[in-house]
Design a protein around this ligand. Sequence first.
Ligand code: ATP
Ligand code: MG
Length: 257
Amino acid sequence: MRIIAFASGKGGVGKTTIVANLGIALARQGKKVLMVDTDLAMANLSLILGMETSPITLNDVLKGDAGVWDVVYDGPEKVSIMPASLGLQDTQRLDLTKLPGIIKQVAPKYDFVLLDCPAGIGEDTLAAMASSTEVFLVVNPHSLSIADALKTKIAAQRINAKPVGLIINMYAGLKGEIPERDIISMLELPLYGVVPYDEEVRKTFYYKKIQPVILRNPDAEASKAVYVVAGKILGIEIDIKKQGGGFFAWLKRLFSR
Ligand SMILES: Nc1ncnc2c1ncn2[C@@H]1O[C@H](COP(=O)(O)OP(=O)(O)OP(=O)(O)O)[C@@H](O)[C@H]1O
Ligand SMILES: [Mg+2]
């Protein structure tokens, strides 16, 4: 059982996108996965996964108004999801000290619990990192993102959370981007993968059926990169071609369920 918090410091670098797609990639490898939206004020994990508004959420559990298992929902590809509230009123009276206990209670049922952290290193992010067994930093190849990730790493260490790895997202190969080796040496963490900037990711919300890129287009460069990250986390090499799209690949998956 691994509980991984995905944090970044800087907002909008792709934490939620990585968590949603990686969770599905891990589930496709036969792992039991729970994704938790710990972004309690600006929840969007359930939206990316194309779920309807959930009647009760993690916010209710943190208020003491609901039980833990009341807020575990079924997502795509057999993943479980613990959503946070989309409402504006639901951030009051939240007892964040309860979060580690909540995660501890559900985690034994899963191989992986992925925590989608908010931006910043406020109380909510710290509570999520304190609930984890390991922290991954998601960064973009730009100095501000790297500076904020470094701050986040230090904040994690101060509360005895364990930063273990790095995912570079939105790598576009443009002039001015910080090279991979420099990012690794600045953050002093092993690299688990480089996810390119890919327009296919943006198409998540283009169509009536909202779907993360890994489901909608498994052949997209970003999808393949996420499979590489999943493989590295699992310590195996995933044959990306076998994860890819095409009618027959889809049929094979359907029949192997
Ligand atoms: N590899 C990528 N290529 C292109 N667009 C991307 C990529 N990763 C994420 N995006 C887009 O960037 C935007 C921000 O992504 P996302 O919401 O996952 O970031 P975040 O770090 O969770 O943000 P926040 O800090 O607000 O929670 C989204 O529109 C998403 O579709
Ligand atoms: Mg997010």
